[in-house]
Design a protein around this ligand. Sequence first.
Ligand SMILES: Nc1ncnc2c1ncn2[C@@H]1O[C@H](COP(=O)(O)OP(=O)(O)OP(=O)(O)O)[C@@H](O)[C@H]1O
Ligand SMILES: Nc1ccn([C@@H]2O[C@H](COP(=O)(O)O)[C@@H](O)[C@H]2O)c(=O)n1
Length: 232
Amino acid sequence: MSEQRFRGQVTLDGPSGTGKSSVARAVAARLGAAYLDTGAMYRAATVAVIDAGVDPDDADAVARVVAGARIEVGTAAGVEQVEVDGADVAERIRGAEVTRNVSAVSAVPAVRRQLVDQQRALVASADAVVVEGRDIGTVVLPDATLKVYLTAAPEVRAQRRAGQLGIGDPAEVAALAADLRRRDEYDSSRADSPLRPAADAVVVDSTDLDREAVVDRVVDLALSSVGAGERT
Ligand SMILES: Nc1ncnc2c1ncn2[C@@H]1O[C@H](COP(=O)(O)OP(=O)(O)OP(=O)(O)O)[C@@H](O)[C@H]1O
Ligand SMILES: Nc1ccn([C@@H]2O[C@H](COP(=O)(O)O)[C@@H](O)[C@H]2O)c(=O)n1
């Protein structure tokens, strides 16, 4: 049950493993808002590319495959619904092969145009929505009610991700940290829609905050945002 009626759009961007998904879901539930995980859409596109046997670094071939794929994601905060051409890929998109290749696929401008159009259409159908990704505040929804850019120290992010996956071996934790670093560098340095905070984003550093404290902060910011947002 939501605590107060919120109307508007909350964007949550930031590097990998900063807590965007877990925070965005909880904020959406508290605000009674829809939830859109745009990373899941790029991951679903990557499944289509892998299944087509196409090289993720071949931009033209990637664009062709993704243009022909039906990518569908749900917007309910409590359920993860991700499909490619009608097949459920919700689990598969979290696997290592997809994670390894998703940054290359998401750097292709034609793929971004296609998925951004789809994201805007999904957002338009909701009167309250929390959207997470890398370019939501900068490109997808530049007029959002509230923009949050979530950060956390890289070593803290790697430890949290290790906890999530049940990994304790230091070598494996180091490999996770390297993967987070690689993806951040790729996502921040691409030409089209690089990861960066919007000029008007509120930066929230969760290094020393637990998840609930971050959720409280974002909910407070959303409910007190003035201008485009509305409380009823
Ligand atoms: N403030 C926090 N304190 C402790 N743990 C947290 C905090 N925020 C998130 N976590 C945990 O960190 C892990 C990574 O969070 P999450 O998957 O939400 O990050 P993300 O930014 O969506 O990652 P990615 O971009 O790779 O999808 C999860 O186990 C989550 O529960
Ligand atoms: N708006 C977005 C969202 C995601 N990406 C790319 O997808 C990758 C996976 O995202 P997760 O949030 O599920 O980890 C991410 O590393 C980006 O390459 C994007 O480009 N834009």
